[in-house]
Design a protein around this ligand. Sequence first.
Ligand code: SF4
Length: 414
Amino acid sequence: MSTPRRRTRQIHVGSVAVGGTAPVSVQSMTVTKTADVEGTLAQVYALAGAGADIVRCTCNRQDAAEGLARIVPRSPVPIVADVHNDHRMALAALEAGVQCLRLNPGNIRNPVHVKAIASEARDRKVPIRIGVNAGSLDSKLYEKYGGTATPEALVESAKIELSYFAEVGFDDVKISVKASNVGLMIDSYRLLADTLERDAPDGVGHPLHLGVTEAGPPPAGLIKGTAGIATLLAEGIGDTIRYSLTADPVEEARAGRQLLEAMGLRERKGLDLIACPSCGRAEIDVIQVAKDAQAALEADQLPIQVAVMGCVVNGPGEAREADIGIAAGRKRGHLFVKGKVVRVVPEDEMVQALLEEARLLVDEGVESRLAAADGAAAAEAEKDRQALLVEQGSDANASEQRVDLIRKMTESGG
Ligand code: SF4
């Protein structure tokens, strides 16, 4: 990461630290009715398995609050209650034992109600996320800022809520200023981070929860979420993240985890499959082999980077950073570990060989697998590589040949 993470205060959502030096955490939200205890718990477990550190459930009715009282003690991760409109649901959720509340200042507006919640949260030592949303901003702020949700309007909404909390001596807070427009979201968080730092006596602001709200179904929703969240993380802003996708929430949790792993902000927990985009040199259907390899490897959740490369001419070299990989050439697959060929296998055994070697690599480590390499493999592989170079030449895509033809065609046409 080029920009160091900005210093924030640390709060605790149950067992999960947010802010300070804590790793950036992943959140998601259940889509079940919270009153359906077994259904919701099954989803919480699925989200936790996919990478969520914290899960939010709606608390919109009395039966939802009752559900939370049964869900929280059995959940593998801390539970946040999402509360809109009815402040009594926040109090009920606290009684149910949730580890955090999310309040929308746009729709719980009565300061008396806000302070009543904050006092109760303070006494119970439960943090609150001030969850400002561009789509449900307080109408007075819309008017003040000319009928538009601007970064200034979103940040002011958060500050008003903070001031109510301060009146009752409560400051155990994280903040979000989400918008579905990526540019607005980015500008709002930048302004929020600067404002909180400037306002804090010690210059250390509250932890921030990042998200592009209502991003829609994948792949567009994933792209919008990534554009907003990754941009801010790269600037050192953000302590916990959530993708908002119109999809199975497991996809949100998985995307959050994968983004943090890809940015080096969390340790690799699962498979990272890289594959070449294929080109004129490809000796196999790279897309299909990559899909087969992903299906075979994903079930094992091996914490390694695996490469599937379309040809042996450039494949092992281009993927030398990968822990393990396979490249295709002349009806054979070259299996390599850290760029060194360890075995040559028939083409139709490539995926199986990759899976076997990946498991051994995780069990035994790189050095041991390099030591166990087939002594003849490297020479065999080099023979294939040279033969392909002769067959394909250095212009595998036949570009120069095509250029000549195009020239001849256009010249004769003129
Ligand atoms: S040169 Fe080989 S490894 Fe690189 S994109 Fe083409 S087929 Fe894939």
